[in-house]
Design a protein around this ligand. Structure first.
Ligand SMILES: NC(=O)c1ccc[n+]([C@@H]2O[C@H](COP(=O)([O-])OP(=O)(O)OC[C@H]3O[C@@H](n4cnc5c(N)ncnc54)[C@H](OP(=O)(O)O)[C@@H]3O)[C@@H](O)[C@H]2O)c1
Length: 294
């Protein structure tokens, strides 16, 4: 799938959620192509294990990790500050980290946990790293979506409410928010050399995504995933294709699934909505005057 021999020698990439599943496979693939990669997620033990496995399987030391918890604005700011302080370039940002069926509760920032992990954390991280991505152009942002987005809703007055949405609805809302954010990002950066594309992994086998599911639901879900899912390596390959293939130097604003350009959510063309989502998100993550560039 998505075969390309394109190399990424001399390029620097960040893969969020690179400690397991799809992100791990993507990071490994990027390292094999010559990129230097930082994997970023919460659990340091998992990150170390992933880093060591990637080192072993690629024979390369161009893989390192840094801890970030997308459920904490402070943690995201600290991670981004570290990148901005230590790196001169950022060629590829893969926003893959995410979680499903999280508890319906507020975070330390008083935001809906699922919305913050799957959307606000990624929004803030991308916003803070954009000046570096722009300076490194041609550069690429690759955002992970999910088919759940098609049943998502964005209600700006309620999107951080607790007790309003089921876990599946929260997941759907957060993935729709990423789709709308990606569309706005693409419009804002048109012609700047920063491309923004999205992908839907469909269903991936052998990832940790069902770790929050318990009891019989876990067994049933696992059976379903094993039956219809794709190998996670294939999805890692799809991300690497979006990150490396020369075609994407001037292809932006597209959505991919099964290695094919795919129909995106119909609301991505609603510029009033995507622009409002951008502004409301900036308020939610409390972008400061010092951080603001737009
Ligand atoms: N698997 C599928 O079938 C499927 C289908 C559609 C979409 N997706 C999406 O694809 C992405 C990757 O999923 P996966 O299947 O590879 O699952 P996974 O193996 O559970 O990987 C998720 C990654 O995200 C990280 N993560 C979770 N919460 C985080 C937080 N608060 N802060 C920072 N990192 C966090 C995890 O690290 P920690 O363990 O350290 O938290 C892990 O590295 C997710 O966004 C998921 O929604 C997956």
């Amino acid at each position: 799938m998505c075969q390309t021999s394109a190399r990424l020698d001399g390029k620097f990439a960040i893969v969020t959620g690179g400690s397991s599943g799809i992100g791990y496979e993507a990071a490994k693939n990027l390292v094999k192509r010559g990129a230097r990669v930082v994997i970023a997620s919460r659990n340091e033990t998992k990150l170390i294990r992933a880093r060591d496995l990637i080192r072993k399987s690629t024979g390369s030391n161009r893989i390192s990790y840094d801890v970030v918890d997308l459920a904490s604005l402070k943690s995201v700011r600290s991670f981004a500050a570290n990148v901005l302080q230590n790196e001169d370039q950022l060629d590829v940002l893969v926003n893959n980290a995410g979680a499903v069926l999280l508890p319906d509760r507020l975070t330390e920032d008083c935001l809906n946990l699922t919305m913050q992990v799957n959307f606000f954390g990624t929004f803030l991280l991308t916003y803070l790293l954009l000046p570096l991505l722009k300076k490194s152009a041609p550069s690429r942002i690759i955002n992970g979506l999910a088919a759940a987005m098609y049943i998502g809703r964005i209600e700006f007055d309620h999107w951080n409410d607790i007790g309003r949405y089921t876990p599946v609805e929260s997941l759907a809302n957060s993935k729709l928010a990423i789709a709308l954010f990606s569309a706005e990002l693409n419009r804002k950066f048109e012609g700047s050399g920063v491309s923004v594309n999205t992908f839907d992994p469909f269903v991936a086998r052998d990832t940790d995504i069902l770790n929050n599911v318990s009891g019989i639901a876990k067994n049933v879900s696992r059976l379903f995933v094993d039956l219809i899912g794709q190998p996670k390596e294939d999805i890692g390959q799809q991300i690497a294709y979006l990150a490396a293939d020369p075609k994407f130097d001037d292809t932006s604003g597209k959505h991919y699934k099964f290695c094919t350009e795919w129909i995106n959510h119909w609301l991505v063309s609603d510029e009033v909505l995507t622009s409002r989502l951008w502004e409301e998100s900036k308020k939610v993550v409390q972008v400061t005057d010092e951080e603001s560039w737009d």
